[in-house]
Design a protein around this ligand. Sequence first.
Ligand SMILES: Cc1cc2nc3c(=O)[nH]c(=O)nc-3n(C[C@H](O)[C@H](O)[C@H](O)COP(=O)(O)OP(=O)(O)OC[C@H]3O[C@@H](n4cnc5c(N)ncnc54)[C@H](O)[C@@H]3O)c2cc1C
Ligand code: FES
Length: 273
Amino acid sequence: MDNEFLPLPAELASVESLTRDTKLYRIRFIDKDIQDKFSFKPGQFVEISIAGIGEAPISISSPPVINEYFELCIKKVGRLTDKLHTMKAGDRVGIRGPYGNGFSVEQLHRFNLIFIAGGIGLAPLRSLIKTVLSEREKFGSIRIFFGAKEPDEIIFKDDLQEWKQYADVEVTVDKGNENWDGHIGFVSELVERTEVSPHSYAVICGPPSMFGPTVDKLKDKGIEEVNVTVSAERKMQCGVGKCGHCIAGGKVYICLEGPVFTYEKYQEISSFL
Ligand SMILES: Cc1cc2nc3c(=O)[nH]c(=O)nc-3n(C[C@H](O)[C@H](O)[C@H](O)COP(=O)(O)OP(=O)(O)OC[C@H]3O[C@@H](n4cnc5c(N)ncnc54)[C@H](O)[C@@H]3O)c2cc1C
Ligand code: FES
């Protein structure tokens, strides 16, 4: 029987610095058959591991339509991610997954879409945005709002620029600098000052502190809570419903039932996160 905790060997095909503390890793399984068969949904995550150090859940940042490799955008915050930031193309890692529920792209068909990301929250959203843009005709208008703490922390600058061809893209920073002439303020303020049709669906990824103010602004524009989805990340270990680390409210396994929730469901469990 296959051991679901056994990571499969993979190699870093390329490593690109996005900011001072965030890198984009292009990864492929060593076994070409496994890579060819690897399929996932935007919003799902993998467990990436380094022998002798540990493993961490990381969202897949690339869209499923690409199958020669997948990408992870990783911020350096501790033991495993520090080590990953010293690694280079050709180095080996272990990968298990994909895990979690992911976003339902079909559910978004025909809606006007508003994607709202804060900080590293753009990593999972990038997979969804690229998927939606690859079948652009199935959706109404598309708005992408991204907030970073400061200009130097803006990730995926090239993508944000490219998406302007297909969508309204606005970026804000909490704190500007002498080179920044864009918006300064929280990402929820971008929602506040935008014309939004009530037939819109919003997807929010980022720190939980941005959810409440952002959803309040969406509701002011007539968007119902049932048409708002969030990705709620919680400390996880196994990723497969076995260790109990991610249970919220005594019953919801975030690694299995999440990390993507309707905002309604998120509110039920948020006090336990
Ligand atoms: C479903 C999911 C998807 C994620 N996607 C991404 C992603 O796309 N990119 C990315 O950079 N990070 C992502 N994270 C967070 C990432 O898993 C943690 O940053 C990582 O586990 C830290 O490991 P470490 O050994 O480097 O840090 P540690 O040495 O374990 O800890 C360093 C610091 O990070 C905090 N931390 C540890 N584990 C987590 C965790 N699982 N979630 C949040 N904080 C944690 C600790 O409290 C501590 O403050 C995701 C987390 C989850 C649950
Ligand atoms: S992370 Fe182990 S049960 Fe969810």
